[in-house]
Design a protein around this ligand. Structure first.
Ligand code: HEC
Ligand code: HEC
Ligand code: HEC
Ligand code: HEC
Length: 567
């Protein structure tokens, strides 16, 4: 037995030696479960420190010990001990230590100390204080108070999260108004044979400004705030009573700096890895709002030395899950997180997280301005807080690949269009079911005239009826539509954006990750001369009819275009 242990020990020693070196994690000694005797160890060379990481109860194992802002780091052994080499001799440095559940601890200029150094770690608090006044709300500055030190404020302020509580499109759907404030009539009901009441579709004789949660449920507030105005819904008892119209102060900043950076954990169903359907948004988030002298901000660095702890979750997709998965009446409505989870993108080795795509590295190398004491860091680790989505042209143009083939065969032009969702970690489009994507395929002759489609798909009615092509009413034109089509169960309105009512899924033609969509079209040649095939893929923020009702004017975004000349 002893002999075997010895061989194992030698093996581990070799392994440790091989893996050693600056910039790698190397256990300082054999992990025999007992402390190694420091007095017997060789005297450290220049630039080398030994030490121990402890908390109130004793040694902390697997703590990351690091020369601050560098990749020079090591892990503590089971006795909390570490050896860190390669410290610069010219200038004093700070060495930090962190383990999950603790604030970052540190020691300044450890080379100036004679013996081994001790770094003490303090566990962070895990309670949530509902009475807490958001730090950033002091002086009513809100998140602006972060802008004095942090460049990412400029990114966030342009990002949809900063406007989620006051976004006029959101409020117009919540209140059943258009952007000018005209409100549709309240929903009327009829009695069913079993004495229950059923909603009626809108009366065509009355002005209508589109659906609204408040038209169907004037007496209640709904769950919209749990994701859109999370600080408002985070007051005890307000979970389902927070009315976004009543948001005050910092609540109006929607998903703001301090809110995200006080998220300490997310509740997921261990079986599905998804949030529980009845716990949208803040209901699945464990905030860490402090009391008294306590304070914490979670982040993605393990070497930031003031009131900060690294939270591994913050770099994982699960961090985004609570608000990017939403179930209404048993129908999954928002699901970018679930789609990602089911896709190859969730593979920990070969996949990509939400943050990797939506928070790309920035082009500066500090997260606090250097003149405010910010340190220079590896910019690959500093991530943008402008999280591009439905409004970002460049991002949408990267989302899918569009390929077109066209040939003349006798008096026909045959066109094949291939769309591959090769670059999006979930369906395209995703989340809010108002989003849709339209493929327009046309063949025009020399004189600019469109040639008729003989065979092939056409854009569905929801592509826009009752107006001109120039104005974006595309229904019936050669092409396709991609969307999640819902139908309201009682009124039969479809597609509907009123998913707060019971709905059923009529069809889901959105593109899964890595899915290929192939469509074929045959056009009739008109007259002599060359033909030009023009294929466009458009992203539309909401179904045309709804946009008209609400007065939303967001232009379609061109996701891809191919033009082919056929002699
Ligand atoms: C507290 C809830 C919450 C959390 C946590 C959250 N989001 Fe969001 N997110 C929202 C809401 C609400 C919107 C919609 C805002 C709007 O359009 O008014 C949104 C919008 C977005 C958009 C669309 C942006 C656009 O321009 O249309 C993207 C992309 C996004 N979130 C990504 C993420 C990622 C990635 C994470 C995790 C790092 C995350 N979100 C975490 C609530 C959240
Ligand atoms: C589970 C979290 C969640 C809940 C609950 C939720 N939303 Fe959202 N909502 C989001 C996210 C995330 C987005 C952004 C995703 C996207 O852009 O597709 C969004 C986007 C929207 C948009 C599109 C805004 C725009 O600018 O185009 C509207 C409108 C909207 N939500 C209305 C509502 C209403 C009304 C309710 C309540 C009945 C509600 N949402 C409940 C998470 C939620
Ligand atoms: C939707 C949630 C969300 C909001 C809102 C948010 N952050 Fe972050 N923040 C993150 C995530 C996630 C990371 C970690 C990214 C990673 O793992 O690389 C992060 C990282 C950081 C970092 C570390 C360095 C860096 O830039 O990556 C700082 C500092 C920071 N955020 C400050 C802020 C400030 C200031 C605001 C408001 C102006 C803000 N955050 C708003 C989610 C958010
Ligand atoms: C491989 C890159 C990639 C990954 C990973 C990824 N996304 Fe996206 N995301 C995109 C692209 C590209 C788009 C634009 C196309 C679209 O709207 O589907 C997008 C769009 C979005 C939108 C905007 C939808 C809208 O209509 O406004 C939201 C919200 C979103 N993603 C959330 C997430 C969340 C949450 C995760 C992680 C669970 C995630 N994404 C993972 C690339 C990615």
């Amino acid at each position: 037995m002893r002999g075997k242990l010895w061989v194992l020990g030698l093996f581990l020693l070799l392994l440790a030696a091989c893996r050693g070196g600056v910039g790698e994690i190397h256990p300082p000694a054999l992990d025999t479960g007992t402390a190694f005797d420091m007095s017997g160890a060789p005297t450290p060379g220049p630039g080398t420190i030994r030490g121990v990481v402890v908390d109130e109860e004793g040694p902390v194992r697997d703590a990351v010990v690091r020369v601050k802002t560098t990749e020079n780091k090591t892990l503590t052994n089971s006795a909390g001990e570490f050896i860190l080499t390669g410290l610069p001799l010219q200038e004093p440095v700070t060495v930090t230590a962190w383990a999950e559940g603790y604030f970052v601890g540190w020691v300044d200029d450890p080379l100036s100390e004679d013996g081994p150094v001790t770094i003490s770690l303090r566990p962070y608090y895990t309670y949530d204080n509902h009475e807490y006044d958001w730090f950033s709300a002091e002086g009513e500055d809100g998140s602006l108070s972060c802008s004095h030190c942090m460049p990412c404020y400029e990114e966030w302020i342009q990002d949809a999260h900063s406007r989620s509580a006051v976004n006029e499109r959101f409020l117009s759907m919540y209140n059943g108004t258009d952007l000018e404030g005209n409100q549709s009539p309240l929903t009327r009901y009829t009695s069913a044979s079993d004495y229950s009441t059923l909603p009626l579709p809108p009366n065509p004789d009355e002005p209508y400004y589109g659906p609204g949660y408040k038209l169907d449920f004037p007496e209640s507030a709904g769950n919209c705030a749990t994701c859109h105005v999370p600080a408002q819904a985070a007051h005890p008892g307000q979970e389902y009573q927070a009315d976004p119209n009543q948001a005050r102060g910092i609540e109006k900043e929607g998903v703001f700096c301090e809110f995200c950076h006080k998220i300490g954990d997310v509740t997921l169903d261990p079986e599905t890895q998804l949030p529980y359907p009845n716990m949208p948004g803040v209901l699945s988030l464990q905030l860490h709002r402090p009391k008294g002298e306590d304070q914490i901000f979670f982040g993605n660095f393990d070497d930031v030395t003031r009131r900060v702890s690294k939270l591994p979750l913050e770099s994982e997709s699960a961090f985004c899950a609570a608000c990017h998965y939403g179930v209404f009446w048993d129908v999954v409505i928002y699901n970018s997180y679930g789609e990602w989870l089911e896709s190859p993108y969730s593979d920990p080795d070969t996949g990509q997280t939400c943050q990797e795509c939506h928070m790309p590295p920035v082009d500066y190398d500090y997260f606090v301005y250097p003149e405010k004491g910010g340190e220079i860091r590896d910019r690959e680790k500093i991530r943008s807080h402008y999280m591009p989505g439905a409004a970002d042209e460049a991002f949408l143009q990267d989302a899918v690949d569009l390929k077109v083939d066209g040939v003349r065969e006798g008096d026909q032009i045959r066109v094949e269009v291939v769309i591959i969702n090769d670059n999006t970690g979930h369906k395209v489009p995703t989340d809010n079911p108002l989003r849709n994507m339209l493929l327009l395929v046309e063949v025009v002759g020399d004189n600019g005239e469109s040639w008729p489609l003989v065979k092939g798909p056409r854009i569905p009615d929801w592509g826009g009826e009752g107006g001109t092509v120039e104005e974006g009413y595309y229904a019936g034109l050669p092409g396709k539509g991609f969307a999640l089509i819902l139908k309201e169960l009682w009124t039969n309105v479809s597609p509907t954006g009123a998913y707060w009512n019971p709905v059923e899924v009529v069809e889901d033609t959105r593109l899964d990750p890595y899915e290929t969509d192939r469509s074929r079209y045959v056009f009739q040649v008109q007259g002599e001369g060359a033909a030009r095939v023009r294929v466009r893929l458009l992203f539309r923020r909401a179904f045309k009819e709804l946009m008209d009702q609400k007065g939303w004017t967001d232009p379609d975004i061109l996701m891809g275009e191919v033009v082919l000349d056929i002699p």
